[in-house]
Design a protein. Structure first.
Length: 297
């Protein structure tokens, strides 16, 4: 009998409930523009790990948050992540035709609708966050500030720009870490930090959450680079060797697979060590770090 992974099961249970509530937020108010709503829902509900909203909820509860006070930000972070994937797949960016084993949004709905679906998801994200049931306006504003900063120019967008600039150049370790910390790591960091902020956690715990996020964010990207070289299209649900085809430098091209695996192990250990301030209550997040380190898709 196959052993089950407790944290993987917990994420799956969370994802089922989360996706049901998320879908309910998207309805067509007018049949004339129903196509863009359908494109939003199509990309949002294609699957995925739901890592970012799960991190918000995990840190929110770890810091004493109650009820459903973090849902608005959980939904917001997933909308932002999904919009970034839609735009990443466009011909002007990575030109990927598959996402999570199905046609990319622009293949299914056309480029113009996909572009607008991404725009719609970004806008909807801040509407959902603004409606979150937080204890105070100050708490909400602080969380919104973190979200906008780390999703914007000095966060995810900045990382995407640097990534594009180095498509035809050889990036060194410093540049690769910068790209990763922004393009991949920024939304992961936002998730961990926002979860703490929404629960009014002390600065010590917010700092620990940020440190955890920075380590798992870098490890997550290195694992992605490894899988792009070693996995299959069926397993990943998207084309493999896309980085090589786009002439992008990766951690694997810089260090090789074995050193990358060693780096992932060290980053994972550092992530778990950063949770000491939370005591035994952080066991799920330690298991999550191990799960992300050893994932195969």
């Amino acid at each position: 009998m196959l052993k089950t992974n407790p944290i993987k099961e917990k994420i799956a249970v969370y994802a089922g409930s989360f996706e049901e509530k998320l879908e309910a937020e998207f309805t067509s108010l007018n049949k004339e523009y129903a196509s863009v709503v359908e494109a939003c829902k199509y990309s949002l509900l294609l699957g995925g790990k739901r890592l970012r909203p799960f991190l918000i909820r995990s840190f929110y509860e770890l810091c004493g948050g109650k009820d459903d006070g973090s849902f608005g930000f959980e939904a917001a972070i997933e909308c932002i992540h999904t919009y970034s994937l839609i735009h990443d797949d466009l011909p002007c960016m990575d030109n990927d035709v598959m996402r999570r084993g199905k046609p990319s949004c622009h293949i299914r709905f056309g480029e113009s609708t996909a572009l607008l679906a991404g725009d719609a998801l970004l806008t909807k994200a801040f509407s959902l966050a603004a409606k979150a049931n937080t204890e105070s306006a100050e708490t909400k504003l602080r969380a919104l500030s973190v979200l906008s900063d780390l999703a914007g120019i000095d966060g995810m967008i900045g990382g995407q720009i640097v990534d594009l600039l180095y498509e035809e150049k050889v990036a060194n370790e410093e540049v690769l870490k910068l790209i990763c910390s922004l393009k991949t790591g920024a939304l992961i960091k936002a998730s961990c930090v926002i979860g703490c902020i929404l629960a009014n956690a002390p600065e010590e715990k917010i700092s620990a959450a940020a440190n955890y996020a920075e380590n798992i964010g870098l490890a997550f990207q290195i694992v992605d680079d490894i899988l792009d070289e070693t996995s299959t299209e069926d397993k990943l649900g998207k084309p493999i060797h896309s980085d090589k085809d786009n002439n992008k430098s990766t951690f694997v091209s810089l260090f090789g697979i074995e050193k990358c695996k060693s780096l992932v192990d060290k980053l994972t250990d550092s992530a778990k060590d950063s949770l000491s301030v939370f005591g035994d209550k952080a066991e799920d997040l330690k298991q999550l770090a191990d799960y992300l380190c050893n994932r195969d898709y």
